[in-house]
Design a binder for this molecule. Sequence first.
Ligand SMILES: Nc1nc2c(ncn2[C@@H]2O[C@H](COP(=O)(O)OP(=O)(O)OP(=O)(O)O)[C@@H](O)[C@H]2O)c(=O)[nH]1
Ligand SMILES: [Mg+2]
Length: 342
Amino acid sequence: MPEAINLIELKQLIQRLRENDRRAAARLITFIENGGPDQAKHIIKEIFPFTGKAYIIGITGPPGAGKSTLVNSLATHLLNQNFKVSIIAVDPTSPFSGGALLGDRIRMKDNFQAKNLFIRSMANRGQLGGLAQTTKDVIQVLDAFGSDYIIVETVGVGQSEIDIFKSAYTTIVISVPGMGDDIQAIKAGIMEITDIFVVNKADLPKADKTVAEIEAMLDLSGRIDINHQQHCVKIIRTEGWRPPVIKTIAFRGENIGELANLIQKHKDHVKKTGILEQKLRIRNRHYVAEILKYILSKNIEKMVFTNPDIEKLIEKILTLDKNFDPYTISEEILKEFLVRYL
Ligand SMILES: Nc1nc2c(ncn2[C@@H]2O[C@H](COP(=O)(O)OP(=O)(O)OP(=O)(O)O)[C@@H](O)[C@H]2O)c(=O)[nH]1
Ligand SMILES: [Mg+2]
């Protein structure tokens, strides 16, 4: 059973969170990771008034593309500008103490002591509310912590990662030279919502070719967008922002300043045009839908197996009467009980 949090302890932790105590932030995140939405609920309700300040950057790309190295360089750049930066490295495949996560830590070591930097690795350990939901809650904690920027690193593989990526205000996809057809393999769902493309490892041959390939793909997707205007995310993309493609050499910090400028430019753009507000609306809808799904599914189990009236209704299925098929019975339950029960 996850360790329960009591309200007094919670209030103290939040007080410490507000006073820039990183251990308090880490502890609140652990509660969320271990306790799922049932505990996150108490935390989010308390910290919510302190959120809304952080700017969220999503970074994704194939394994080994240099995401962590680039995040490290970018974070250093932002820290030098006196911003407070939090990093969430989401690794759905590794166990908690897996090699990749450890590697992240070591490469981050230079910054690790900086008091304006907070780093957290998150692995998918069967979070109760799902990885995307947990990440959203963790973002709220780091927002209330006073982060100016929250950078979320994911490996672009699964649906939950695309969902995480969608929570970001500026989304960055990293590829590397010589990927060739692999670029096509970048998930279509990710391509469509990318704001900045980075070709990292530009010290290797054929970086320009990769840039050209991405540009060509953008020309194509621009045309596709026009045909699918009803898709809200695509409409956002077509409003006056052609995603720039930039080359970087992350392990030397080369062109990272330029990348930071592009992020700033995109940030100004989404704020000025109202796109950010629109993104927030969409994000909140997803957020609420996920919470509702969790509450409903949890209560449905409870209801179906413990409520005697519902049990009686379900028993009718056994009669094989045409009025009592499982679908009709489910609709009946929905009408008669669910609203009352919740
Ligand atoms: N040649 C070259 N190597 C780089 C560059 N940036 C990073 N690397 C190297 O690429 C390797 C992978 O870097 P990471 O930052 O761990 O890549 P990652 O995308 O975070 O990897 P995972 O999290 O395991 O998917 C490391 O050995 C880095 O030193 C670059 O600009 N050029
Ligand atoms: Mg990494």
